[in-house]
Design a protein around this ligand. Sequence first.
Ligand SMILES: *[C@@H]1O[C@H](CO)[C@@H](O)[C@H](O)[C@H]1NC(C)=O
Ligand SMILES: *[C@@H]1O[C@H](CO)[C@@H](O)[C@H](O)[C@H]1NC(C)=O
Ligand SMILES: *[C@@H]1O[C@H](CO)[C@@H](O)[C@H](O)[C@H]1NC(C)=O
Ligand SMILES: *[C@@H]1O[C@H](CO)[C@@H](O)[C@H](O)[C@H]1NC(C)=O
Length: 700
Amino acid sequence: MTTHLKRHLLAFLPFISLLVTLTVTAVEPPKGFPEPLNTKNFKEELSKGLHIIDFYSPYCPHCKHLAPVWMETWEEFKDEGKKLNITFSQVNCIESADLCSDENIAFFPDVRLYNPSGYLKSFTERLKTKESLIAFARKESMDPDNLDIDLGSVLSQSQHLEGFDFIKLIAGKADRPYLVSFWPTKNLKDSDDSVNFENCDKCHEFQRTWKIVSRQLISEDIKTGHVNCESNPTLCEELGFSDLVKITNHRGDREPKVALVLPNKTSNNLIDYPKGFSVKSKDYVDFARRTFANSKFPNITREDLITVNRRIDFLKEKGPSYNNDIHLVFSYDPETVVTEDFDILEYLIEPLSKIPNIYLHQIDKNLIDLSHDILESMYEKINYNTSEAQKNFNEEYFTMNTVTQLPTFFLFRDGDYVSHVYPGYSTTEMRNIKEIMRWVQKYSNPLATEITSSNLREWMSFQTESYSNLAIQLVSTGSDKQIKGSNTLIRKLLLASFDYEHVRMEDNFEQINDKRTNKADSIKLLKEKKAPADKVVDKMREEIPHIDNNKLLLGYLDVSKERNFFRRFGIIGDHKVGDVIIIDKSNNFYYTKDNFGNTLTSNEPLLLREAFVSLNIPSKALYSSKMKGRLMNSPFHNAFSFLDIVHQNGIYGYLCIIILIIMILKSLSLYKKYKIRKHYRSKRNAVGILGNAEKKKNQD
Ligand SMILES: *[C@@H]1O[C@H](CO)[C@@H](O)[C@H](O)[C@H]1NC(C)=O
Ligand SMILES: *[C@@H]1O[C@H](CO)[C@@H](O)[C@H](O)[C@H]1NC(C)=O
Ligand SMILES: *[C@@H]1O[C@H](CO)[C@@H](O)[C@H](O)[C@H]1NC(C)=O
Ligand SMILES: *[C@@H]1O[C@H](CO)[C@@H](O)[C@H](O)[C@H]1NC(C)=O
């Protein structure tokens, strides 16, 4: 059946392509639209900045389809492109066949990114639209890896290390930190060498990354080195990189590995780069810089932390550093601390290296009053609406949540008014690395985190028992002006979330108080009933569980970079900068409209807060919840619930359901008939066979 269909389609293919060719008529190029580049001017043109180049043939149907899109894109982007130093260009591969063969063009149209030193990457999105091309241009123009243009003339700073050199480093002979890469070859002396890597598709690209990393780390006083695994098989196997020693399959999926050696230490000094393989130099530079910094447990001052809640510009206009760091502070009393108390810090370096953005510090002070003051200042912020009842700081709840002794850990996040205290009641808790890390993990999300197509699933499953919803602010970073506006949007989202946080804390407080009252009541009851003493004591010992759920996870999505996000996750409708999407992490329902059916946006922080409350703590909501969710990727493109159909369509809804039920029953009865038929048929067959056998027997 399907092959039949395919054959039919194939027969029509020439007609379809003819149709496409006929409908795509030549479009007049806009004024000033440049001639295609050619062999003569290609190199010179490239030297002027970044280029996105469409390698095409005037005869290929897809190229003809792309042509008007390309012109429009060029026209719309040319001014912005001048600012960003990136140009849309073309090469006609029929006229400049040599050039295209030099550039290894294998199909048309091939859209690629170049910088002055040559090919960088291909544009791989299937749909080549004006929007997707411009999004690509913006994203790539901001990527420091592409901007680093004079690479051709600079040498890699990475040192070639033999196995024994590396062993010396981990034996404590390193006086500087070393970031070391491991390669599936024995021929890489200089890390720039042109080497034939086997089964490692990414190796060549990674050489470029490594050169940039080696140069950027010079200013951090971090050295770089590289090891040939095929020449040092035992070492690489010991390190767990045995796939770099020999080829075990026929795929090209071997990837270089990276690890950091910390200086002047003989133990806990080798830290693997924890994330999956990446070709972004920034990832390795950040990892090395942050892990080295953490390994020194630097002092931090109270003054540094006082401003933490004011660091709210999550999107920086230029450069890679965001203000969404997390600060883990070891706080001790210099009078009572003992040297062993500091040992725990050593064991934190490695697990912390796996969490992006987290910085470790120490301070010889108790930070409880700082935590208190910062949280108290939140109330100035959320009492912005004079027609609402005054919201008050709850001293009792704060005290309940900050019971600890020193030393302990405090955790502050940039932009956050709420800080966290590790319940370090005694040395038992303070020396339990697992418990400490479990506690850190719970707050290891930056206050507002960038959501992308590739990390959405990860954040959806982040600490599900504490965080029930993910609220995503749509932002855009196409220009400085948009970045400014987007920072304002994130600030409004934060305002709504702090306002919600107050409701959430009050609700938690009430729940805990209810439990306390219940406990007191049952103890009283036991005593009255003259229950045995051990029963009463057991009840008294019973701990009231710490309640800290219904939290919000906050994120922002850059729509100028993430064109396919909504389609990919089946979030339907139009979504624009300023809108907020709330996703229920427990069931993948998402919400784009508030209680009144208006689009959720951070421009109305009060309504946004109400949406948060309605979804998580309905008993505290001002309006009864009429919020309608849709299931992500639902084929029904609507709420996946019969009740909802009825709710929206009244009597017709019931009709729909009845028809649906009839259809189901019908298909069931068809199935039953089919089964009966099948049953009889098999009987007949069996009889037939037996019959034959019978006959045969009789004949014998
Ligand atoms: C654009 O890039 C080129 C090539 O690297 C460089 O020489 C030029 O200064 C850049 N122009 C601007 C405006 O940044
Ligand atoms: C490691 O020790 C050496 C010698 O004691 C010293 O010169 C160097 O600064 C130390 N390096 C670091 C990063 O502490
Ligand atoms: C950190 O602070 C402590 C206590 O104030 C002080 O003794 C120590 O020298 C400081 N360390 C550094 C590296 O500044
Ligand atoms: C203030 O609160 C009132 C009542 O809840 C509401 O109607 C009004 O829109 C709010 N104003 C602002 C600026 O949020």
